[in-house]
Design a protein around this ligand. Structure first.
Ligand code: UTP
Length: 289
C-alpha cells in the first residue's frame, strides 16, 4: 500500500531550549529564514506525502498560522511589487493538506502518535519528529518509504552515534541486509551501558503499519514516565521484525542549542542570498578565535 499520510509530533515542551521556547514552539525556531517545521513538511511532500497531521498543544497556534494564508501580508507584497516573496508566502499554505490535533497532556512521543489514530485509519504512515530537520538530496522520509514498500515491514531511520550519545537515544539490535539496510528485531529506549545492543539509534523518522496503535495502547509509561514510541516499536520489532535504514542526509537536532547553531551556520553557508558574505564573515571570525 502506498504511504501518503504523515504525522509530525510537535507537542513537546522543548525544555532544553528554554527560554526561547517559553512561548514559542521549538518547531518554529528559524534556520536562517524558514522555521524548522517547514523543512520537515517540505521533506514529507518531496517524499510523496499528500496528507499531514501535526500534533500540537496549547501555545502552538503559531504553527497553524504559518501554514495558513495571510491575506493582509499577501496584499502588501503584491502592492509593493514583491512578487517573489508573495509566491514564497502563498506557497507555504499550498504544500499539502495539513491538519492539526492537540495532544491534551504531554505524555510522551508514543502518546502523541496515538492522537493520530483516526487520521491514519487503516494505512501505513510516516512519522517525522518535529524537532529533527534532515537536509539531503534524497529526502530521508522517501528512503524509508521505499524500504517499507519493498519489505512490507515497519521501518526506522537510524544513524550510528557515540557510546555517550546513545544513552540519551535508543539502541537497536540489527543484522545487515545490504548497504545501509538492516533487519531489526529488538530495541531499547535510553539504554544503560549494559543494555546497548549496537550504536545504531533511531533518529527522527519512521514508517509504521497501523498495528502500532494497539501496541501503543498496550505500552505502559517507560523512560521518564512517558509513553515511549520506541517501546511500542520494540514490541513490533520483536513480533513482526522491522527494517532499519541508515539514511543519507545531514540531521540537525533542533531540540538542543548546539544542533540549532549547527543548522543555522551550515544552511547559511549554502544560502543563495547571504551564503557568500556569511562565508567571508565566518573565515574572518574563525581566524580570530
Ligand atoms: P523530545 O523528547 O525531544 O521533545 O521529543 P521535548 O519533550 O520537547 O524535549 P525536552 O527534553 O523538553 O527539550 C521528540 C519529539 O516528540 C514530540 C516533540 O515535540 C518532538 O518533536 N513530543 C514529545 C510530543 O509531541 N509529545 C510529547 O508528549 C513528547
Amino acid at each position: 500500500m502506498k504511504v501518503r499520510k504523515a504525522v509530525i509530533p510537535a507537542a513537546g515542551l522543548g525544555t532544553r531550549v528554554l527560554p526561547a521556547t517559553k512561548s514559542m514552539p521549538k518547531e518554529m525556531l528559524p534556520i536562517v529564514d524558514k522555521p524548522a517545521i517547514q523543512y520537515i513538511v517540505e521533506e514529507a511532500v518531496r517524499s510523496g506525502i499528500t496528507d499531514i497531521l501535526v500534533i500540537t498543544n496549547r501555545g502552538k497556534g503559531l504553527i497553524e498560522d504559518h501554514f495558513d494564508r495571510a491575506p493582509e501580508l499577501e496584499a502588501k507584497l503584491t502592492g509593493a511589487n514583491k512578487e517573489y516573496m508573495y509566491h514564497e508566502v502563498v506557497d507555504i499554505a499550498r504544500l499539502a493538506n495539513i491538519y492539526f490535533v492537540r495532544q491534551k497532556e504531554t505524555k510522551g512521543l508514543g502518546h502523541a502518535v496515538s492522537c493520530a489514530r483516526s487520521f491514519v485509519g487503516d494505512e501505513p504512515f510516516a512519522v517525522l519528529y518535529g524537532d529533527d530537520v534532515i537536509i539531503g538530496e534524497d529526502p530521508a522520509c522517501a528512503q524509508l518509504i521505499r524500504a517499507y514498500e519493498e519489505f512490507g515491514k515497519g521501518v526506522v531511520g537510524v544513524k550510528e552515534v557515540s557510546e555517550e550519545a546513545i544513552q540519551k537515544y535508543s539502541s537497536l539490535k540489527v543484522e545487515p541486509v545490504r548497504e545501509r539496510v538492516f533487519h531489526c528485531t529488538d530495541m531499547v529506549e535510553k539504554p544503560s551501558k549494559e543494555e546497548i545492543m549496537s550504536l545504531y539509534s533511531i533518529l527522527g523518522r519512521c514508517v509504521l503499519p497501523p498495528d502500532i496503535f494497539d501496541l501503543i495502547d498496550a505500552t505502559p509509561p517507560g523512560a521518564g514516565g512517558e509513553i515511549q514510541l520506541t517501546d511500542a516499536m520494540c514490541a513490533l520489532a520483536r513480533s513482526q521484525g522491522m527494517i532499519a535504514v541508515d539514511f543519507t542526509g545531514k540531521r540537525y537536532d533542533m531540540g538542543n542549542k548546539l544542533g540549532i547553531m549547527q543548522a543555522s551556520v551550515e544552511v547559511a553557508l549554502q544560502h543563495p542570498e547571504i551564503g557568500e558574505d556569511f562565508r567571508a564573515y565566518l573565515k574572518e571570525l574563525a581566524a580570530s578565535l
